[in-house]
Design a protein around this ligand. Sequence first.
Ligand code: ATP
Ligand code: MG
Length: 343
Amino acid sequence: APRVLSGIQPTADSFHLGNYLGALRQWVAMQDSHDAFYCVVDLHAITVEHDPAVLRRRTKVAAAQLFAMGVDPERATVFVQSHVPEHAELAWVLGCLTGFGEAGRMTQFKDKSSKQGTAGTSVGLFTYPILQAADILLYTPEPGPDGRALRVPVGEDQRQHLELTRTLAGRFNHRFGETFVLPEAFIPEDAAKITDLQEPTAKMSKSASSPQGIIDVLEDPGPMRKKIMRAVTDTGSEVVYDEEKKAGVTNLLRIYSALEGTSVADLEARYAGAGYGQFKKDLAQVVLDTFTPIRERTLMLLDDEEQLDRLLAQGAVRASHVASRTMETVRERVGFVGLGSGG
Ligand code: ATP
Ligand code: MG
């Protein structure tokens, strides 16, 4: 099976509906068709100021949510980035192959650093895409008879980073010999982009959405229902899909369709003449039915911390197996002296 690699940052107390419909639900599906590697990227999470105890908790909550959503620790390799030190090591080597100007052209850095100002911006935030390139290339097969391209699911916001990864892989190959098959962007067909419930033209986001605009996977049922009932719609009353004139209703239709597996056209027909109230009430139920079991399983997993740690240790062993072999090749090709048998 082709290999897939994806990562998610433990930067919030819960994943949100956008993460679920735009990424994590596909993680569950892809474990059947792929050799899947899923990483909770805690090294990336410290590129902005953080609290150590909060990071530790969020990393575990993130992993627990993945398992609770149906990522299977037997079929997929689920691991924490800092458990595999080769990520940081390869990032150093790749950083030495990256031009300063080249890194400076990354638009996500420009956006984030302009919001925080240069004084509040770390060098880690600047080199973030290089660490991401290392995350990807560690699991990238060598060219050869079984050297199939690694697939990397990417949203629009990550395209430029994957492009940089391919550039760096090509540069490494050119300088030091064929080492990496260039990874490929992969867009799962049912990935849906979800917008903010209060600001339906902006994306639902951990860092930018207000609490009223975002639905957390681990949220209590009461507030969850209320947020959907209070989601911004528009002055009309027809439940119809119209990205431009009815961005709010359109977002709700997209959520409903994705969660229930019903086409938007069928939903429009079902709610013809029914008004927004009934539509939202039913949608709230669909969201609750999806997330309640996930919340309960997450809490159960967090209750048994030893078991969760065991699952992550198992993932770390499997990821290290691949990453350490890649890194051995890289060290050798770059010209680092091997430790020898006396080491
Ligand atoms: P931040 O605001 O800190 O960037 P985020 O909410 O965008 O956080 P990420 O951790 O950046 O979340 O994204 C994790 C995954 O979820 C990525 O694959 C991203 O493309 C996807 N994703 C994030 N927000 C949405 C959304 N609103 N709709 C669909 N997919 C989303
Ligand atoms: Mg994001």
